[in-house]
Every structure is written in structure tokens, then in C-alpha cells.
Design a protein around this ligand. Sequence first.
Ligand SMILES: Cc1cc2nc3c(=O)[nH]c(=O)nc-3n(C[C@H](O)[C@H](O)[C@H](O)COP(=O)(O)OP(=O)(O)OC[C@H]3O[C@@H](n4cnc5c(N)ncnc54)[C@H](O)[C@@H]3O)c2cc1C
Length: 403
Amino acid sequence: MPDAGARPTYDVVVVGGGIVGLATARALLRVRPGASVVVLEKAQEVATGQTGHNSGVVHAGLYYAPGSLKARLCRAGERATKEFCAEAGIEVKEIGKLVVATDAGEAVRLEALGRNARENGIEVEDVSAARLTELEPNVTGVAALHSPRTAVVDYQAVARALADDVRARGGQVRTGAKVTWIGESAGGVDVMIDGAEAVRGRRLVACAGLQADRVADIAGVETKVRIVPFKGEYYTLPGHRSGLVTRMIYPVPGEGLPFLGVHITPTVDGRILLGPNAVLAGAREKYSRFGVDATDLKDSLGFGGLWRMGQKHWRSGVREMFNSLVPDGYLKEVAKYCPSLRSTDLVGYRAGVRAQAVRPDGSLVDDFEIVSTERQVHVINAPSPAATAAIPIGEEIVGRVWG
Ligand SMILES: Cc1cc2nc3c(=O)[nH]c(=O)nc-3n(C[C@H](O)[C@H](O)[C@H](O)COP(=O)(O)OP(=O)(O)OC[C@H]3O[C@@H](n4cnc5c(N)ncnc54)[C@H](O)[C@@H]3O)c2cc1C
């Protein structure tokens, strides 16, 4: 290992101060009060990655394959997030959501979604076209599925409160601390921060989001997958359209890529968001429309799995790209179920970038994926609904760290 000098030693070093890393540190300290835990976050603040750039939806868990980690941990996370927010004084609005079918084909897929939700033990209610119009006069469809427990929250606020709780339990949260080297030995896991400072953990947990594959690489942990960044661009609506809907309105998800489609979300701070779409991104951590990072682009283009994924999903890829460049195309996706919207209503808003693990054969890793060695646990795939599920993901990781 690089020259380290005297190294402070912790029971657990957590890499990544997004919502998953912070929830994990808190879970570790809840199970073993008095343990020494440090969270190392490369940015100057916590929760500036995916956690700070998402839709803010507390998912109920309609979509996920019964028996999957996503299904189990999302359902538990919906409750745990609301409980934590109640304790921490963070506002959660349980406004519910409607998934809307706009033709007979979508209605068949909506029925299957309803069966899936019920199999996952999620409360949902079938809604007729007439009832849909009563509930949401600006929304049209042939049928809908109502999920009353789906809610909205500010996940950055949740993550900051988790960080406060970690500190209150005696843990440390260090920002501006980029992990550049990790070496596991029989005695522990050595970690270099910014190539200059060494610390040691008896165990290490990595929750590095968009950098999960690279952090696994520097730790010598084999994963076989690469992170492919998918940008999600949002629009917002001008003030005079703020009464457009009172619930979240989602389309029936398409077959193919695992994204939920462009939806309408009234946020907890009273804004209405449209989005996100899902466009291949030229950078993992840049949010402007044409943001490119040479290393990220080179990594993506040099990964055979990306090209194989492109062969399978090129149609939706081209459509997403077109809609990203042409607001009328984007609008068409939403106007299907909300016909009164006009392109003049769309006000450009921010974007987020999703970390999606892709296998060399081009298939997308659907479930959460966590890989362990003797002393390390790496969260390799934690896309949506991992903000909702962060608290139970943390509890799951504690079981893997300390058995
Ligand atoms: C557009 C979009 C919409 C979404 N909508 C929702 C939603 O409505 N509901 C929901 O439940 N989920 C949603 N998600 C998913 C959710 O945001 C993520 O699943 C969740 O935030 C993942 O948290 P994380 O802690 O794993 O990752 P992140 O929040 O990305 O945190 C990882 C952290 O690791 C740090 N890091 C990386 N490398 C290093 C290193 N070498 N050293 C130190 N630190 C490092 C990064 O700086 C970052 O802060 C959405 C995601 C996106 C992008």
C-alpha cells in the first residue's frame, strides 16, 4: 500500500455520502452503539449525487418482481422513510399516484401491474375512466390504478437528517474526502483518501452510486458489470398551471428499459415536475444538456455491454434522444394522458443521472445488487427505488457486515 504513516482505525469505513451510505452508517450505529464508523464523501456536501437529483417520490412498490430485493426493501422503505421523516420533522406529502392507461394495449399491461402490486402486498385500487376524470379533471385515460400510499419528500433533506443522526450517535461524516485506493488484507481494509491520507477499517462498505464499479475496481472486487449513466431531464410548469393535478400521474411503463416513463409529480415544495426521460449520458456527474466527460465517455464506449444494450433497445434510445432535443416530442409523451398541456407550459428544469449497472451481454441488472468479500460490502446497483428503500438497504447491509 502507499506510504500511510499512522492510521486511524475504524470498525467500519463507509464510502459515499448519498442516502444509501448514510442510511447504512446509521443502521450500523443503531445495531452497535459505540462502534466507530466514518462516512467518506468526495463532494463538499452530502447527497449531491443521485440523492440530490431525483423525483422525490416515496414509492409504494408496485412495479418490482415479487420476491426481489427491490420489492421487499421498497415496501419496507416506504414505511421506514415516513417514520424517519416524522421523527426528524421532515415534511412528507402522501398525495398518492395514478398510473394511467391510454389505450386497450396499455389497459392489459395496467391489469398485470395491478396483479403484481397486489402480489407484493401493496394497496392499490382499480379506477374507471369516469372516476379518473372526477379525481383528476385534466387527466384522461381508459383506466387507471390508484396507489394511495405513494408520497413525495425531499431526499436531500432526508439524507442530511440521516447524516445528523450518524453524528449524534458518535459516527463521523467527512466531506471533501475522495477514496482513491482500497486494499483488503487479513487484518482489515486500508483506504487512501485523496492519495494522501490513510485510514483503516475492520470492515468497509462502499455505496458509491455512479462510481460503484470504479470503487469496486480500486478495491479489487470483481463485479463483471459496468455503470452506464442515464440522464433524466425534467421540465417544470409555470405558476398559473400549478393546479394541473393533485396526485402523481404516471404512464403505464413500456416493455424494455426499466424506467417508469415521463410522469407528472407535484413536489413537496409545491412545484410540478414533468419527467424524467432516460437518455444515455456523456458524463456520470455532469448535469447540463450536453455535459461530457472524456473518461466517462471513453469507459462507456469501450464497454461491449453498452453496444449490445444499444442493439436491443435502439428504438427507445433514439426516441429518448429525439424527445430530449425536441420539446414537442417530450410533450407528446405527457399529452397522451394530460392533453391540455402545451409546449409553452414547459419550463426547462434540472436533470439527474441514474447509475444503472449493465452486464457484458448488454442486459440491465434489474434488482439491487450487493457484492461481498471477507471484509467488504459493495452496493453495485442501487437505482430507483433506492432512495425510498435506503433505510432497509442499510439494515440489509448491516447483516452482511456483522452477520
Ligand atoms: C432522475 C432520477 C430520478 C429518481 N427518482 C427517484 C424517486 O423518485 N424515488 C426513489 O426512490 N429513487 C429515485 N431515484 C433513484 C435514487 O435517487 C437513487 O437510487 C439513490 O439516490 C441512490 O443513492 P446512493 O447513495 O446509492 O447514490 P448517490 O446519491 O449517487 O451517492 C453516492 C455518493 O458516493 C460518492 N462517491 C462516489 N465515489 C466516491 C469516492 N471514490 N470517494 C468518496 N465518495 C464517493 C458520490 O459523491 C455520491 O455522493 C432517481 C434517480 C434519478 C437519477
